[in-house]
Design a protein around this ligand. Structure first.
Ligand code: ADP
Ligand code: MG
Ligand code: MG
Length: 199
């Protein structure tokens, strides 16, 4: 079973991987964006960890709600409200359960991913974070390892896509041939989740 401590460990690991990969995420955002994705997430996740250390939320839903609010308030770019919505809506779907299992998390994550699609108006194939998140949410019904693999494959699959949403859509055909930064950071977050679960 997954408790508040598990979710804090996940976000702490994710934050450390964001630190490690921030330059790479920013470099991916350079040809098809404004070269700030790594620094956006770095600022956001540092704030998330600081707030979790202060507040010690005691349910999975509360951890995700606190983290999501912090991302919205600290990340100026598109990814702040989108990831903030993902975490807040996933957390809300978990309710006030003290522990949840993987199936419950998979179902809640589906709700969170749907909310991201609702907010940003994107669907899979548009070259966004949804290309990693949608397959990951489906695969999480099978296992953490399957979710990690699905997110990674989903991120890689964005390279040949034409961007239809967000800043990358402004460069039109020139978006083709570059991996989407948000799909890449989504794969990182899902990989950190699987790692935390021991998968
Ligand atoms: P900004 O584009 O405002 O500088 P970031 O660079 O932090 O924000 O994040 C860019 C990422 O956000 C993109 O790579 C993409 O994955 C994601 N993104 C942008 N717009 C949307 C959208 N409408 N729906 C889903 N994801 C989006
Ligand atoms: Mg950017
Ligand atoms: Mg920006």
């Amino acid at each position: 079973m997954l408790d508040a401590e598990f979710f804090c460990r996940w976000l702490t690991l994710a934050a450390s991987w964001v630190e490690r990969d921030a330059d790479r995420l920013t470099a991916l955002d350079s040809p098809i964006g404004d070269a700030d994705h790594g620094s956006n997430l770095l600022r956001g996740f540092r704030a998330v960890i600081a707030t979790l250390d202060e507040q010690h939320p005691d349910t999975p839903g509360a951890v995700l709600a606190v983290a999501g609010r912090r991302l919205v308030s600290t990340v100026g770019g598109a990814s702040g409200p989108l990831y903030g919505t993902l975490l807040r809506r996933t957390g809300k779907a978990l309710g006030d359960a003290v522990e949840v299992d993987r199936d419950e998390l998979a179902e809640a994550l589906r709700t969170g991913v749907d909310a991201v699609a609702g907010l940003g108006g994107a669907t899979p194939g548009d070259k966004t974070m949804l290309d990693a998140l949608v397959p990951a949410a489906t695969a999480l019904r099978t296992s953490f390892a399957a979710a990690r693999e699905a997110a990674e494959q989903g991120a890689l699959a964005t390279t040949p896509m034409l961007a239809r949403k967000g800043r990358a859509s402004y460069v039109g055909e020139r978006s083709i041939g570059h991996q989407d930064p948000g799909a890449t950071s989504s794969a990182l977050l899902v990989a950190a989740l699987a790692e935390t679960a021991g998968a």
